[in-house]
Design a protein around this ligand. Structure first.
Ligand SMILES: NC(=O)c1ccc[n+]([C@@H]2O[C@H](COP(=O)([O-])OP(=O)(O)OC[C@H]3O[C@@H](n4cnc5c(N)ncnc54)[C@H](OP(=O)(O)O)[C@@H]3O)[C@@H](O)[C@H]2O)c1
Length: 236
């Protein structure tokens, strides 16, 4: 019996997404479909793929562009054949900056909602038939503590926070609409990446290794919930 698992990850060119690819690619049991906006310039990702054992496939995907999302289906089919897609990690996102509810650019608001919410929604809808072939399909939507109203993080990062709170609700709705698939949102913590910036204290390696434990252990009963990277529950 094969124990191969197929993963599709968005935003794999750098940061947390790249670290997911790095850790997953170490096991030949993982087939990793690493998507990114511009494969040609994704040097770190290409280096991981070339050192892997043929189990990393790089395909282009821009989560702000619906035609780019639609175009993903063919290469995914070519890679998985009649097999399942076991995991989707909706990781790609943008944060246009430290705006407030009264100081933001409408263009940023729309672009952020498209990239961070509508894109992941469309991608998961598109790939649903392939997820449904899996014996344990899991969709992880990457959120943030800033999305939690319960945490009460104040006025900062208005547009980004609103987009991730919408992603939280999308995840809840996905879990209710498809009770045989595990959907969840996770806060990775404050991570040393381009988005995390200078003050961040967690290494990508640390949050990703913890998140992989959650990805492997989460059950259907926990679907639709909001987790911290260590598996504890966060308030909505
Ligand atoms: N770092 C933190 O402290 C932190 C905290 C809470 C939540 N998060 C969440 O964790 C996830 C990963 O963040 P990160 O820290 O790794 O950020 P990052 O270093 O800024 O990386 C973001 C990734 O998303 C990609 N991306 C941006 N727009 C895209 C688009 N339209 N289509 C496809 N890919 C796109 C980027 O690709 P390009 O190279 O093409 O730009 C890059 O690979 C995000 O969902 C973020 O909201 C991070």
């Amino acid at each position: 019996m094969t124990s191969t698992r197929t993963w599709l990850i968005t935003g794999s060119s750098r940061g947390i997404g790249l670290e997911f690819v790095r850790q997953l690619s170490a096991s030949p049991e993982n087939v990793v479909i690493a998507t990114c906006r511009t494969p040609d310039t994704a040097q770190d990702l290409k280096a991981i793929a070339s050192n892997a054992k043929g189990n990393v496939h790089i395909i282009p995907l821009d989560t702000s562009d619906s035609s780019s999302i639609t175009a993903v289906e063919k290469p995914v089919k070519d890679i998985i054949g009649n097999g399942p897609l076991d995991y989707i990690l909706n990781n790609a996102a943008i944060n246009p900056g430290n705006d407030t509810a009264f100081e933001f650019a409408l263009e940023d608001f729309i672009r952020t909602m498209t990239t961070n919410v509508a894109g992941p929604a469309q991608l998961t809808q598109l790939l649903l038939p392939y997820l449904e072939r899996s014996s344990r399909p899991v969709v992880m939507n990457m959120s943030t503590g800033l999305a939690s109203i319960g945490i009460d993080a104040g006025p900062k990062c208005n547009v980004y926070s609103a987009s991730k709170t919408a992603l939280n609700m999308l995840t809840y709705k996905q879990s209710k609409a498809k009770p045989n698939i595990i959907f969840y949102v996770v806060d990775p913590g404050w991570v040393k990446t381009e988005m995390g910036g200078d003050g961040a204290y967690l290494e990508p390696e640390f949050t990703v290794s913890n998140q992989l434990k959650l990805l492997h252990s989460i059950t259907l009963e926990q679907s639709g919930k909001f987790f911290r990277y260590d598996g504890s529950i966060l308030p909505w």
